[in-house]
Design a protein around this ligand. Structure first.
Ligand code: FES
Ligand SMILES: [Fe+2]
Length: 419
């Protein structure tokens, strides 16, 4: 995209002013949630150079297993090859650009392009070109020069496979920095690690992707209003809708999240899982757990969010769940939400089932809380397209001026009290 920076009316100049306004007075212009120019800049400056979650290794356990995943509009085949390696291949035939893999998930040793039949091994290697000799002559096509293109960078942590479009990006773990402590809370608490339970749910939704990412970082504030009725019906498994009080908010590198007071972990997890948690997490994690704080909602920049919460899968039972979600941008005013349930691999089957039901009831496609949130985010996106929305600032200053960081927070990063 070409941005004419010399024009005083160009979007780039307007954005620069918007940025200054945000830095000086924490005001944000709503058009940032629907402006096509902003979206193009986000693709280039964020999704073009940041680690983005693609898939979990347990989604492709056997040789040939694959899933198709995305970084914005860029499609990738995440596949396990015959020798057990994971490859991430750009889903575009090198002949005329057709998507060689048309299913979202499956098992294949080869991908054959539906257009003219070029065939690639699941390592990406081009091995078959119909009528090659007749079409290209004896020496006209060196197949080894035309493989499916691998993602510029791929790295994994906890079995979570991340891709990066920038070949010069810093290593994933280095980029995570202090965020790793908090990701350990979700993923390092079991001897066998976490697994994806069931297929991810996904749906397309008319809202800007940043609204979901922002909400999961730190908007415990909305629970008392948006989700009050859900809490009052007892679906959420928390005592009252005002539970965001006493909930520290933490920023650690590219990760931001909120903690909420809850029942002790040992009251909600099977005993063996609780023991495993204590064993695998550090003293600093224990100190947080012993304050009865749950690492609840969070976002890893730019578009990967997490929620660990108790649900009520059936009357008289409370079962926690961990949902992981990607806010995949599909344009300035549209996103695809991908939502996975993660459980401890070594959890009893009954716990996994109950956890899944807790998740589906609350944050599955038709979950009650998901529906509550959807209404807000689509409404904000809609109004942000208005002509006046370009000039009416929104107040993003909550907590910025009067709160002092906690001095006794056991984890890394900066923790703020909520009240
Ligand atoms: S586009 Fe794939 S074989 Fe022609
Ligand atoms: Fe919500």
């Amino acid at each position: 995209m070409v941005v004419k920076r010399e024009s005083p009316f160009s979007q780039a100049v307007l954005l620069e002013k918007a940025q200054k306004r945000f830095e000086q007075s924490s005001e944000l212009l709503p058009s940032l949630f629907s402006d096509p120019v902003v979206y193009e800049l986000e693709k280039e400056k964020i999704f073009g150079k940041t680690w983005v979650f693609l898939a979990h290794e347990t989604e492709i356990p056997s040789p040939g297993d694959y899933v198709v995943r995305y970084i914005c509009e860029d499609p990738f085949i995440v596949v396990r090859t015959e020798d057990g390696d994971v490859r991430v291949l750009y889903n575009m035939c090198r002949h005329r650009g057709m998507q060689v893999c048309r299913a979202e998930a499956g098992n294949a040793a080869f991908f054959r392009c539906p257009y003219h039949g070029w065939t690639y091994k699941n390592t990406g290697e081009l091995i078959g070109v119909p009528f090659q000799k007749e079409a290209y002559g004896d020496d006209g096509l060196a197949k080894e020069e035309w493989p499916l293109v691998p993602a510029p960078r791929v790295e994994s942590i906890y079995g979570m496979i991340f891709g990066n479009l920038d070949p010069n990006a810093e290593p994933l773990e280095q980029w995570l920095g202090d965020a790793k402590f908090y990701l350990d809370f979700y993923f390092k608490k079991s001897s066998q690690g976490m697994e994806v339970f069931g297929a991810p749910q996904r749906w397309i939704f008319p809202a800007n992707w940043k609204l979901g990412a922002d909400n999961f970082i730190g908007d415990a504030y909305h629970t008392a209003f948006t989700h009050r009725s859900t809490v009052e019906t007892g679906i959420l498994g928390v005592p009252d809708a005002d539970f965001h009080k006493d909930a520290p908010q933490v920023i650690a590198g590219p990760w931001g999240g909120g903690f909420v007071p809850n029942l002790p972990y040992q009251a909600l997890y099977p005993e063996a899982l609780y023991r495993s948690m204590r064993q695998h997490l550090t003293e600093a994690h224990h100190a947080i757990m012993d304050r009865l704080l749950w690492q609840s909602h969070s976002t890893l920049f730019p578009n990967l969010s997490f929620l660990n919460a108790p649900g009520v899968p059936e009357e008289g039972k409370v079962a926690p769940y961990l949902t992981v979600r990607v806010w995949r941008p599909l344009g300035p005013d549209r996103m695809e939400i991908w939502s996975w349930l993660f459980v401890e691999k070594d959890a009893p089957e009954e716990f996994k089932e109950l956890s899944y039901r807790s998740y589906v009831l609350t944050f599955g496609t038709s979950g009650t809380l998901e529906q509550d949130d959807a209404e807000n985010w689509s409404s904000i996106t809609k109004v942000s397209k208005g002509m006046l929305a370009r000039s009416i600032p929104l107040n993003y200053s909550m907590g910025l001026n009067h709160l002092k960081p906690l001095t006794d927070w056991p984890g890394p990063g900066t923790a703020y009290p909520i009240d």
